[in-house]
Design a protein around this ligand. Structure first.
Ligand code: UTP
Length: 241
């Protein structure tokens, strides 16, 4: 199967600890060893936010700040590449065309950001759409999609399963609230909707959760299912653990 895994910066390298990066790399390597085509997209996390905030104080404009953010996502991507070892690209890939070529050659592809005015949520969705991925997994610091921002609203409830159209509506509502953090951004949600891609949003702080979600569809997050889809996909193995 073809999967795109989006790993938030705060999930991959919350404190730049090597162990966590190595654990995420091990999950990706195992999936690739099992014949899975894996595109990994890495975010910038707290370090990107610190760089952006310093740049803002120094008077950089928003596009310049986005470019700083992109550079940090690629730095994180380089850490993942270092941990992956063989059969991976030597540097983060910067275009979808090149990413497609890497995956067609059977290597693991690692990307960070690609262009200003978006986040790696959208890059992940676009990579999954471009490469016709069977599954897109967001490993985030939030345990799924909620009906409100769980950091702001103690009554926020997690959706187990929603359609892509519902995802767009929920994210649009959350993004209207100043300062709130959505599990994926609106552009990503719209790409997911138009491409009809099966997507999972889960708490990625334990990398093994990504492996279970990809292998068995087993997770505690939110399934985003294309409109009109009923049956479970055939690529999921029976969980025989
Ligand atoms: P992230 O994807 O990490 O954004 O990119 P985020 O929303 O802070 O993600 P979390 O919180 O880790 O999930 C970091 C920054 O890099 C720039 C943006 O400024 C973004 O906020 N960026 C990233 C781009 O401009 N374009 C991209 O394609 C990717």
């Amino acid at each position: 199967m073809n999967v795109v895994v989006s790993i938030g910066g705060s999930v991959l390298a919350p404190d730049l600890g090597a162990n966590r990066v190595a654990e995420h790399a091990a999950v990706i390597r195992d999936l690739a060893d099992d014949g899975c085509s894996v595109g990994a997209v890495v975010g910038g996390g707290g370090i990107a936010r610190e760089y952006i905030s310093t740049g803002r104080e120094l008077g950089a404009n928003e596009i310049e700040l986005d470019t700083i953010g992109i550079d940090v996502t690629r730095l994180n991507g380089r850490l993942l590449i270092a941990a992956l070892g063989e059969a991976v690209v030597p540097a983060p890939i910067e275009t979808y065309e090149e990413a497609g070529e890497v995956l067609r050659n059977g290597d693991v592809c690692v990307m960070g950001g690609v262009a200003p005015a978006q986040t790696t949520d959208a890059v992940s969705a676009a990579l999954a759409e471009y490469t016709n991925a069977d599954l897109l997994v967001y490993a985030t610091s939030v345990p799924g999609v909620f009906d409100a921002d769980p950091n702001e609203d103690p009554d926020a409830e997690r959706f187990e399963r929603i359609t892509a159209g519902e995802l767009v509506d929920v994210i649009a509502d959350i993004e209207m609230t100043a300062g709130s953090s959505a599990p994926v951004d609106l552009l990503a949600a719209k790409i997911i909707q138009r491409s009809g891609m099966r997507t999972i949003v889960l708490d990625g702080t334990e990398p093994e959760r990504v492996a279970s979600a990809v292998r068995y569809g087993d997770h505690d997050g939110t399934d985003v299912v294309p409109e009109g889809v009923g049956d479970e996909p055939t690529y999921w193995a029976e969980d025989e653990r």
